[in-house]
Design a protein around this ligand. Structure first.
Ligand SMILES: C[S@@+](CC[C@H](N)C(=O)[O-])C[C@H]1O[C@@H](n2cnc3c(N)ncnc32)[C@H](O)[C@@H]1O
Length: 207
């Protein structure tokens, strides 16, 4: 498909953000060409959640982080089909991303929605939420910024709540959200199957 002088695949490639090997923390205003609040969807999968949010909130900028090339490409194509200028996708590992690529206090909202569950005990060390990961998120959040987490795994949820207690700068807040959030692809599947979903919202209250 050709649009505005570009094939769809050329347009999709233009919304990828490929950090160089010696990447420094990103200057958001250079990436998006403006100063605006930034939200980051960690493990964004096909990107349907943050792309829907980017459509609802043209005044904000959105980044999806995803390891799998196929899913990342699906997200890139959706961004170009919807002609969004406020969304980008980066193929990167989430912990390395929050640790190394984000300036402190620069992200207004993080999402970790249905992270890979790794339910078997011997695989749980592969789970993305670790003290290092949470410290990276806490450092990158703006004061008052929120980190929203959802999982269908009760024991993973309990682990996340326990690990978050060790970070005095992140406060759990009650209520799901002050905003109606789009459903993710995995969330729709879990809801259709009648699975229980565990949600946590953490707000950065100290620098
Ligand atoms: C269960 S899927 C959920 C996708 C999406 N958030 C949703 O709710 O539909 C988890 C996603 O996280 C990605 N992922 C897993 N570990 C990751 C990591 N360390 N860094 C970045 N992405 C990761 C996987 O490739 C997968 O697409």
């Amino acid at each position: 498909m050709r649009r505005a002088g570009k094939t769809l695949s050329e347009a999709a490639a233009a919304v990828q953000w490929i950090p160089p090997a010696d990447a420094q923390p990103v200057a958001w205003h250079e990436l998006f060409g403006r100063v605006a609040p930034v939200e980051v969807d960690l493990g964004c999968g096909d990107g349907s959640f943050f792309i829907a949010r980017a459509e609802q909130h043209p005044e904000r900028d959105f980044v999806g982080v995803e390891l799998l090339l196929g899913r990342m490409r699906t997200a890139c194509r959706a961004i170009s089909v919807h002609r969004l200028t406020n969304a980008r996708v980066v193929r990167y590992e989430s912990t390395a991303f929050v640790q190394h690529l984000l300036p402190p206090g620069s992200v207004d909202g993080f999402y970790l929605l249905f992270p890979d569950p790794w339910p078997k005990r011997r695989h749980q060390s592969r789970r993305v939420v670790t003290p290092l990961f949470l410290r990276g998120v806490a450092k990158a959040l703006t004061l008052g910024g929120r980190f929203r987490i959802a999982t269908d795994q009760a024991d993973y949820y309990k682990t996340i709540v326990r690990l978050a207690r060790d970070l005095p700068e992140l406060d759990p807040i009650s209520g799901l959200s002050d905003d109606v959030l789009p459903q993710t692809t995995f969330e729709k599947r879990f809801l259709a199957a009648g699975d229980e979903i565990h949600r946590l919202v953490l707000r950065k209250s100290l620098t």
